[in-house]
Design a protein around this ligand. Structure first.
Ligand code: ZN
Ligand code: ZN
Length: 113
């Protein structure tokens, strides 16, 4: 009885240590890659100044601003797209914030405008 237990324990130990050695490098690489990609996306994607994605920010991109003005989507009073004017439409801020939360899992910083 005693000798059988010793053999079983020794066998189990060697298997588990081999598994750990195999799993460790793979897990480390995956975590590093995900972290780097997320950091890059965060920087370029969101305009923290205006509280909207950069690709639709009519205050940072004059080409987009012209498009918004052509569509009649422009707030003269605040000099920004009406669909991005949180002063006139406070509910829009939460709508854009939800996009940030859906993509990055965090609330965006408060817009500074
Ligand atoms: Zn902007
Ligand atoms: Zn406005």
């Amino acid at each position: 009885m005693a000798s059988a237990l010793t053999v079983a324990a020794g066998c189990g130990q060697s298997v588990s240590s081999e598994k750990a050695a195999e799993a460790a490098p793979t897990a480390g690489t995956e975590t590093g890659a995900t972290k780097t990609a997320a950091a890059h996306t965060h920087d370029g994607w969101w305009c923290s100044e205006h509280g909207v994605p950069e690709e639709v920010c009519g205050q940072c991109n004059s080409k987009l601003a012209a498009d918004f003005q052509k569509k009649g989507d422009w707030c003269q009073q605040h000099d920004r797209p009406d669909s991005q004017c949180f002063a006139c439409h406070p509910e829009l801020e939460a709508k854009f914030a939800a996009q940030h939360e859906a993509k990055l899992g965090t609330k965006p910083p408060k817009p500074t405008m």
